[in-house]
Design a protein around this ligand. Structure first.
Ligand code: HSE
Length: 335
């Protein structure tokens, strides 16, 4: 499987390191021998080597600040869109920053990938939230697939649970904690840390979006709710269809008041075929969601045959997100 990775930040570099570190295991267990043939970044250049890039040299060049310094044979400085279109590759991985307004420039990369016969695997939430129907249509026309497990709860298999594990059930609603950054911040504030310090920690730990306003204003969780609506219910909700409120107005006094009442603030996302919301809610400690801490996420699916089914696991961060991309690649391989 020859890969082009678009976006080489926390997630893209994490994926490269994971493929390097697990190479023997992936080959032995799955007969999976991926090769990174191209990498595109916004500000650090691009690389393309049809026979594969050396991952150590790639990460070293990236760390040094410019892919141009890659020690090895490769085409440098191809425009990202040209790279996606012209590369001899099987799969394009979209791991650049999520843009919930236009999904660009990632959406054009996704279109070019599918039009030129590559499968598409995304961690970038923008194109999935805003244009999944178009991407599915393009994939069908070109005999390729689109996968996006990492966009909701990182590598915790929220989408696969709904689509595969609960196949045959009707899911009528989903509710949960879908943003790691805000969950981390609320927990740290409960421990007495100031909001700005908690946010800075979440950024340092690789949980936050490039512009963390998307996290703390609720748009990241709302984007995931839309992805769920399309995936679970085949309903094309837009961000404008949801009621969205983030955590920026929650003060230390609010947190103390909740604690005094035996409750905790959580940013709860809900979605059903008719709409949804993202809202900070005070939950009693007896509610299992109240005890989901750090950058852990949780989702409860309301089903007809199985009543409520809840999944809890990492929802953000370098390794968990790279793991989500890897699981999509393996399921592409198996299909
Ligand atoms: N910024 C996101 C979060 C990353 O904190 O959940 C994972 O989508």
């Amino acid at each position: 499987m020859r890969l082009v990775i678009i976006g080489f930040g926390t997630v893209g570099t994490g994926l490269a390191a994971l493929l390097r570190d697990r190479a023997a295991y992936l080959a032995g267990r799955y007969d999976f021998t991926p090769q990174i043939v191209g990498v595109a970044t916004r500000s650090r250049g691009t690389l393309y080597a049809p026979d594969g890039l050396d991952i150590d040299a790639l990460l070293a060049a990236h760390q040094g600040g410019s892919l141009r310094d890659y020690q090895g044979a490769a085409s440098r400085d191809l425009d990202p869109l040209r790279l996606v279109g012209e590369a001899e590759a099987d799969v394009v991985i979209e791991a650049s920053h999520s843009n919930f307004d236009t999904a660009q420039p990632a959406l054009d990369h996704c279109r070019a990938a599918l039009r030129t016969g590559k499968h598409l695997v995304l961690a970038n939430k923008g194109p999935v939230a805003l244009a999944l129907t178009e991407l599915h249509n393009l994939a069908r026309e070109n005999g390729r697939q689109v996968r996006y497990e990492a966009t909701v709860m990182a590598g915790t298999p929220a989408l696969r649970l709904a689509e595969v594990g609960l196949a045959g059930c009707t899911i009528s609603a989903a509710r949960g904690i879908l943003n790691g950054t805000t969950n981390y911040i609320l927990e740290q504030m409960t421990g007495g840390l100031a909001y700005a310090d908690a946010l800075a920690d979440a950024q340092r730990l690789g949980y936050a979006e490039a512009d963390p306003a998307a996290d703390v204003e609720g748009w990241d969780a709302a984007g995931k709710a839309i992805i769920l609506a399309r995936t679970l219910f085949d309903v094309p909700l837009t961000l404008a269809d949801l009621q969205v409120k983030g955590i920026i107005a929650i003060t230390p006094a609010d947190i103390e008041a909740a604690a005094a009442a035996g409750e905790r603030w959580k940013l709860i996302a809900e979605v059903s075929p008719s709409g949804g919301s993202v809202m900070p809610v005070r939950l009693p400690l007896a509610d299992p969601l109240a005890n989901v801490g750090g950058a852990i996420n949780a989702i409860t699916y309301r089903t007809d045959l199985m009543a409520d089914v809840t999944l809890i696991g990492p929802g953000a961060g370098q390794v968990p997100t790279a793991a989500g991309l890897l699981s999509d690649m393996l399921s592409l391989l198996q299909s």
